[in-house]
Design a protein around this ligand. Structure first.
Ligand SMILES: [Mn+2]
Length: 235
């Protein structure tokens, strides 16, 4: 039996302990009835190689809380806002060979997040499946489109005006999302419409994809079973 603990959410605490439970109860009665019989959509992934050691925990039905420690400040920033905008709860503890460069750590966290997404989604029964968001980030506009199809496709039409964001190589944004798409078995299309600032462009990609994933993993109460005329999203 799945239990939702509203006090897990910072936002709910801010609204006050006495007023909020009743509103929450009424507003989420439908969602609860759909989800109460389902197992929790969570996954834990541990991965160790000669280059990285990673522990990652994911809850698709979280409230955007995260505990991220990769040793790479900018990457921690991106993963934190990914959790926030996807409404995932996400813990990432990564120890990698960042004295070499950030490539192995970023790619391997992407592999772990992709695997966790696939595992947490299970049979994908009742999910929305598709998500697409065009997201403004100041002067930047990015589209991210997701299909949790069980098949891999990664198309990235995002180019950065600089090689680096601080010490972070911009090409690692591509490396990360390709690893996520390959291991989650999903289609991911990233498109930069316009933008001048590399930090904003990266943030647009992470926030836009977070929002697209939030739509795609959402349980659609009108959807019974797997949303595919083929009858499966796992083959
Ligand atoms: Mn920022």
């Amino acid at each position: 039996m799945r239990r939702l603990n509203i006090y897990d959410c910072v936002e709910s605490r801010q609204l006050g302990p006495r007023v909020f439970p009743l509103i929450f109860f009424l507003a989420n009665a439908k969602r609860r009835s759909v989800m109460s019989s389902s197992p929790p959509r969570t996954a834990s992934v541990s991965r160790q190689t000669a280059e990285t050691t990673i522990e990652l925990r994911l809850d698709l039905d979280g409230c955007g809380r995260s505990k991220i420690a990769t040793g790479i400040g900018f990457f921690d920033h991106m993963l934190t806002l990914l959790a926030k905008h996807a409404l995932f709860d996400l813990d990432v503890d990564a120890n990698g060979d960042i004295d070499v460069d950030f490539h192995h750590t970023v790619e391997d966290v992407g592999i772990c997040l992709g695997k966790a997404l696939a595992e947490a989604l299970g049979t994908k029964s009742g999910i929305t499946r598709y998500g697409s968001v065009t997201l403004p980030m100041e002067e930047t506009l990015v589209t991210s489109a997701v299909d949790l199809s069980g098949r891999i496709a990664f198309v990235n039409r995002v180019e950065f005006p600089t090689e680096k964001i601080g010490t972070f190589d911009c090409e690692l944004v591509d490396v990360f999302w390709e690893a996520v798409a390959n291991n989650a078995l999903m289609n991911l299309h990233l498109l930069l419409h316009h933008g001048k600032n590399s930090h904003h462009i990266s943030e647009g990609v992470f926030k836009g994809t977070a929002r697209a994933l939030r739509q795609a993993v959402a349980i659609d109460p009108r959807q019974s079973g797997v949303p595919s005329s083929k009858g499966t999203l796992s083959e």
